[in-house]
Design a protein around this ligand. Structure first.
Ligand SMILES: [Zn+2]
Length: 282
């Protein structure tokens, strides 16, 4: 499988990093995990089309993990693509309805695009047929522990402790042949993720706090620092570790160097900081 990091940032605006999004290509399937702000543009920059996406999995429904959802669904629809299969915690079904339903946020746009004579003509010229259907992603609401078997891949999940009880959050593992990839989403250290990540070839773990930053008790409890993440990677015996979800204040050469040193001091495998558009072949 090939993994492309489309968004390695957080909610903060950062020219270097879009919010969260990771693309996995395996066989005929193109799987996106999370779709935060800026991920859509990174997808296009990476040379893919919105309608290339076959499956979209949300770890949780914080805005920095789904802000570009509407744009992706709309653009894939406008390209005449097959409806995307979308998997995420509740209320992703009602969010989708509120966006693309007949009284939804985009109803004015969609009525015009499907009923205006000129728009219909453009659609037919592009190979479409009338009447033009509305966007209709295939939604499955999921809970931690959900698993899904694709053509040559298997997705498993577990709870990720982050913003409960307001948000359901999960981490995902994707297994293809003998290779495995784990993406934690936003997650405190926990036994569930430790079990999910065992022997993964690649672990992409969020990092929202530097070693020694004790300024916020809640963040201290819920956000492991680079040393704690490296120790987790070692306990799980993963092949490679990449950090994501960095704050913009962490993006200095000095901080990157410190993080790298801390990772290497506690984890012998390959490690580092993920960057937007980085591609990894497993
Ligand atoms: Zn986040």
């Amino acid at each position: 499988m090939k993994i492309t990091c489309l968004g390695t940032g957080c909610p903060e605006p950062n020219p270097r990093r879009a919010s969260s999004g990771f693309l996995i290509e395996t066989g005929e399937d193109v799987i996106l995990m999370d779709c935060g702000g800026g991920v859509f543009d990174r997808l296009v920059q990476s040379g893919r089309k919105p309608s290339d996406i076959t499956h979209l999995f949300f770890t949780h429904l914080h805005s920095d993990h789904m802000m570009d959802y509407a744009r992706l669904v709309h653009a894939a629809w406008d390209e005449g693509g097959t409806p995307i299969k979308v998997f995420g915690p509740a209320p992703i079904a009602s969010i989708t309805q509120k966006l693309f339903g007949h009284d939804g946020v985009f109803s004015t746009d969609l009525i015009a695009r499907t009923e205006n004579a000129g728009s219909q003509e453009v659609w037919v010229e592009r190979g479409g047929t009338l009447p033009r259907p509305w966007p209709d992603p295939e939604i499955t609401e999921i809970e931690p522990g959900y698993s899904f078997v694709g053509a040559n891949w298997r997705l498993t999940s577990c709870t990720a402790y982050h913003a409960q009880p307001q948000l359901t959050s999960m981490a995902f593992r994707l297994d293809v042949d003998e290779k495995s990839f784990v993406y934690t989403g936003d997650a405190a250290l926990c036994n569930e993720i430790e079990a999910l990540a065992q022997n993964a070839d690649l672990l992409i773990h969020w990092c929202y706090r530097l070693l020694g930053d004790e300024s916020n008790t809640f963040i201290r409890k819920m956000s492991p620092d680079p040393v704690e993440i490296a120790q987790l990677a070692k306990r799980c015996d993963v092949g490679r570790l990449l950090l994501t979800h960095l704050r913009s204040s962490m993006d200095t050469d000095e901080v990157h160097k410190t993080i790298d040193q801390q990772l290497k001091a506690h984890f012998e495998g390959q490690s580092g900081i993920a960057e937007d558009l980085l591609e990894i072949e497993l």
